[in-house]
Write a new protein. Structure first.
Length: 338
């Protein structure tokens, strides 16, 4: 298949309190507001190449409104739309802010995706302009401010089938997966459209609610900046949910925290680049350190929460059987690995 998608361009999320979320992105994360249109707020990281990378929309619950990918060409946009429709998904052509004509559809597991070719390239002027020609705007003065949007990780009831569909229909590269030590159940996979180890993550969702998101992530240039961001968040009263540490899959340094809507945000840096077109995706086990490279810490229970919250007490993450949840959270103790 010809390459259809080039990279994740923005995520649109909902928040019950848009102003509280926007204030957090400005004051705790280091993003800048660029547009306010019909109640939606558009924000950017200092190094994002296009006008914005995050849209905060009003909504009753934290959720992923859409995840947007830029195609590799105008022809690739038409081809991607054709392939989605051929796969039985109707979709619709829409006009987006600073992205022109875009194809929006809801995938088989309930996740909205927006594909576009046009994109307004950002060139800051005046105070915000960089002295360096390749930078869309000057480096943020905010400690630990992310340079760019990095990836999004959704939740789905069938990780392997989700991967197959997005590989077959849209040409994502399948990079790695995690299967439980105890049972042949896929709990995590990573897909990419470029040299990054992933720009789309997939976690198992034990709930009956479709279209959920687990987190989305920003990129900082160095591990030092990630540690400074962790320090700054702590000083500003924001709890760190998990990390800083290193993932086995992808080998990125990671740090997780929550924004006021409770939606989870990750900061990433480091990791390997992989541009092998016929990469052979390997199967990891939790005990091999798929989530934690050092195999020495437990993932907090809260990390299994996805958004919006699952409906009803019987259909929450508790839909994941206890023994599987235990294995996910504490694989090292379960396998006697120190
Ligand atoms: Fe992630």
């Amino acid at each position: 298949m010809i390459s259809l998608l080039s990279h994740l361009s923005y995520v649109a999320i909902t928040s019950p309190d848009v102003e509280a979320s926007v204030k957090f992105y400005e004051e705790q994360v280091g993003l800048t507001v660029v547009d306010r249109i019909d109640g939606d707020v558009y924000l950017r990281c200092w190094g994002d190449y296009y006008r914005y990378s995050v849209v905060v929309k009003p909504g009753p619950e934290p959720s992923l409104a859409t995840m947007a990918w830029r195609t590799t060409s105008p022809e690739a946009l038409e081809e991607a739309a054709r392939r989605v429709q051929e796969a039985g998904i109707a979709g619709a052509w829409v006009e987006g802010n600073a992205i022109g004509r875009a194809f929006e559809f809801v995938g088989p597991w309930g996740h909205s995706m927006t594909l576009h070719w046009d994109a307004e390239h950002h060139h800051a002027e005046g105070e915000a302009a960089s002295i360096y020609p390749d930078r869309p705007s000057r480096r943020s003065r905010f400690a630990g401010a992310p340079r760019q949007l990095d990836h999004v990780t959704i939740a789905t009831s069938d990780v392997d089938a989700f991967v197959r569909w997005y590989v077959d229909v849209l040409g994502f590269r399948f990079m790695a997966r995690t299967v439980l030590d105890e049972a042949p159940i896929s709990v995590f996979s990573v897909l990419t459209t470029n040299e990054k180890s992933h720009d789309l993550g997939v976690v198992l969702d034990g709930s009956s609610r479709a279209g959920r998101v687990n987190h989305y992530a920003f990129w900082v240039d160095t591990r030092e900046e990630l540690l400074i961001a962790a320090d700054t968040l702590m000083e500003n009263g924001t709890d760190i949910e998990y990390g800083p540490s290193i993932h086995g899959i992808g080998e990125q340094n990671f740090l997780y925290y929550r924004e006021p809507s409770t939606l989870r945000i990750e900061l990433n840096t480091g990791g390997y680049r992989n541009y092998v077109p016929d990469w052979d995706a390997q199967t990891w086990k939790p005990s091999l350190g798929s989530n934690n490279f050092y195999r020495n810490s437990r993932m907090p229970m809260s990390m299994t929460e996805s958004f919006p919250p699952a409906d009803g007490p019987s259909a929450t993450e508790e839909g994941v059987p206890d023994e599987i949840k235990d294995a996910l959270l504490n694989p090292y103790a379960a396998h006697g690995r120190g």
